[in-house]
Design a protein. Structure first.
Length: 267
């Protein structure tokens, strides 16, 4: 089912990471199959300055390797097993198909989502060389000609500011995590203005109806994350956010379109 006007976009967090190893092509493909409107993935640079998809600064948690991502060449990254850890952590969701999954490059993820033109949220991780990261990521996006569907997001607001200076046409969405929950609407919107943001990417503890309403009045879209429980999904659907990031896009599909889905199954 395609996106319906007035409903929030369904954005799959690190792909469909609730049921498939995060930030792998399998997770991206699963999100596509489930009908997600977009994908959120994390981007870091290898030693040879290739943007790859992985969340942590080290490979330890989600591969069979050890060490900082920035210390690996692309060739070395490609030899890592990025799926077996999921089977060990989630035995009820385990699959032999996950064994030996690889960490993809940003370019491959863009290619995989090109046909359907799904929105891509690229969470650009903190880097000691933010300008290098910005140029590397922008280079891939530019080559692929997909500016219209890419959003750049990061908790490193300074790096996002640099990215905006490097390429003003890039759409940015600064991340505001739980530590911003004690801040007021004005503080958050001041940061967004300072860095010329196009959207707000809010942890669910930060997102309020007032903030959503005021952001919309100022021309900013609002994305909320990571919403995996159905009551929270319903809460933020009512809040009129523009997009919801979730590990379980199939659950959000049911909350948004449950009656329609049931009817379509009977037609």
């Amino acid at each position: 089912m395609g996106h319906v006007q007035g409903k929030p976009l369904i954005i799959a967090h690190r792909g469909a990471s609730g049921t498939v190893p995060e930030n792998t092509l399998a997770a991206v493909e699963r999100a596509r199959t489930l009908g997600a409107d977009g994908i959120e993935v994390d981007v870091q640079l290898t030693r040879d300055l290739i943007p790859v998809i992985i969340h942590d600064h080290t490979v330890d948690r989600t591969t069979d390797g050890s060490g900082y991502v920035s210390d690996f060449s692309l060739g070395e990254i490609r030899r890592l097993d990025a799926g077996s850890w999921f089977n060990q952590k989630h035995p009820r969701r385990a699959s032999e198909a996950f064994v030996g999954l690889k960490l993809p490059t940003l370019e491959v993820v863009i290619d995989l989502t090109a046909e359907t033109k799904r929105r891509l949220y690229l969470d650009v991780k903190y880097s000691e060389w933010p300008a290098e990261l910005a140029w590397a990521v922008y280079g891939v996006v530019d080559r692929k000609g997909c500016w219209d569907r890419v959003r750049f997001t990061s908790s490193d607001h300074f790096s996002l500011g640099i990215m905006k200076q490097v390429k003003p046409r890039g759409r940015t969405a600064p991340l505001f995590d739980w530590r911003w929950a004690t801040k007021g609407t004005k503080d958050i919107l001041d940061v967004a203005r300072r860095w010329q943001a196009d959207e707000l990417s809010l942890h669910y503890t930060v997102c309020t109806s007032k903030l959503v309403r005021t952001a919309h009045e100022q021309g900013l879209e609002v994305v909320v994350w990571s919403i995996n429980q159905r009551p929270l999904m319903r809460q933020f659907i009512r809040c009129a956010v523009d997009a919801i990031i979730t590990n379980f896009p199939e659950r959000l599909q049911e909350e948004l379109y449950g009656d329609s889905l049931r009817r379509s199954h009977h037609d």
